[in-house]
Design a protein around this ligand. Structure first.
Ligand code: DNO
Length: 355
């Protein structure tokens, strides 16, 4: 495995490449062209410039998170082929620049959903949190206002203001899309992109829906092991794989995380490892990475990744806001650096115990 950190680019991130370079054991970044819109072709020049900037800082690009999928593709609209062609062009340009991992999601309308971005914990840190009753009390169009007010001025991934302005139209466009249709549209997309993924050896790693159930009545399909297996078998190619995000799959307590990892051997191309603390089945908050701070056994998660021979990038995921840091919620430096160090420590112990 390779320890990495997510980085949004120098124009958007409060964390610098120099700081990332100083976290012990972090050798790569997971990055993106954050100012591109879904459906836009990423030029080779811009990819190359990003790569150069990161390499000059003594790091390298371990993968892209995300190349976002245009809603027309998820809806199965008449213009989807155009956007798929653009996606293929972007993949080709990434492949030409020697980038071989792409994380994406297939969630309708919203990306991840939280009801609070700065819930205070007993130690004074703040974290992202989710409460089902709070979601049930909100209209989808109000969700954006509630999310943006706590965002420390940052544009959050998947919550771009331009998208949220069109939220009612988006809901309308998805009205005939149920789970079956969404699966069919995902299959159509994957079948079209697999040839270019094979040509350039690009591993596609779908990110789970977060939380791992339907919100606001929208279909959500990447939520549990049977659905992932269905996705992998409908386009059975090693390049059609997953991002194993512990914090997202773990929102559903029926998901046995180590068991899921063991069942996905060979098809996990990227891992997001973080911990959640459940206050009830319908209320959770994002804890520190340490097992004892939350509800997951982080040792068992890392051990399962080790046992399947996982050799892709891992990143600590959302961190708490600590030590008065002001950053994009979930994406400060301090707690993610602690997370990376803790996960590296678990990994070293597992490797040595198995030597
Ligand atoms: C949230 C992230 C997601 C993820 C996308 C992948 O912080 O885990 O926004 O990057 O769903 O496309």
């Amino acid at each position: 495995m390779e320890m990495t950190l997510r980085w949004y680019g120098s124009r958007f991130d409060t964390v610098s490449l120099k700081e990332i370079r100083q976290i012990p054991g972090v050798t790569g970044v997971i990055t993106t062209l954050y100012d591109t819109s879904p459906g836009e072709v990423w030029s080779r020049e811009r990819i190359r410039a990003l790569k150069r900037e990161i390499e000059e800082a003594g790091l390298h690009i371990s993968g892209i998170e995300s190349v976002n999928v245009h809603d027309s593709i998820k809806i199965g609209d008449k213009d989807r082929d155009l956007y798929i062609d653009h996606y293929i062009e972007t993949l080709k340009n990434l492949g030409e620049e020697d980038i071989h991992l792409v994380c994406y999601n297939f969630m309708p309308v919203f990306d991840w959903t939280r009801t609070e971005l700065a819930r205070k914990r007993p130690d004074g840190s703040t974290v992202l949190a989710y409460n089902q009753a709070a979601v049930d009390a909100l209209k989808p169009e109000d969700m954006f206002a509630s999310i943006s007010k706590d965002s420390n001025g940052a544009v959050l991934p998947g919550w771009e203001p331009e998208r949220m302005e069109k939220i009612k139209e988006l809901f309308e466009a998805y009205k005939d899309v149920d789970e079956e249709k969404l699966f069919a549209n995902l299959k159509y997309f994957l079948e079209k992109i697999m040839p270019v993924c094979n040509e350039y050896d690009i591993k596609m790693a779908i990110h789970p829906d977060d939380p791992a159930w339907s919100v606001f009545g929208l279909p959500r399909i990447i939520i549990n092991l049977p659905n992932i297996k269905r996705m992998m078998s409908m386009v059975d190619d090693v390049h059609n794989g997953v991002t194993f995000c512990a914090g997202s799959y773990g929102t559903n307590r029926a998901n046995d995380l180590p068991l899921m990892i063991r069942s996905l051997k060979g098809r996990i191309h990227f891992a997001h490892v973080r911990n959640l603390k459940f206050n009830s089945d319908d209320d959770f908050e994002e804890a520190a990475h340490l097992s004892s701070d939350g509800s997951f056994d982080m040792y068992e998660i890392m051990k399962a990744l080790y046992d399947i021979g996982f050799d892709g990038p891992i990143r600590p995921d959302h961190g708490r806001m600590i030590w008065d840091e002001v950053a994009m919620p979930g994406y400060g430096l301090y707690d993610r650096a602690l997370g990376a160090t803790y996960l590296n420590g678990l990994w070293e112990a597992i490797v040595k115990a198995n030597a």
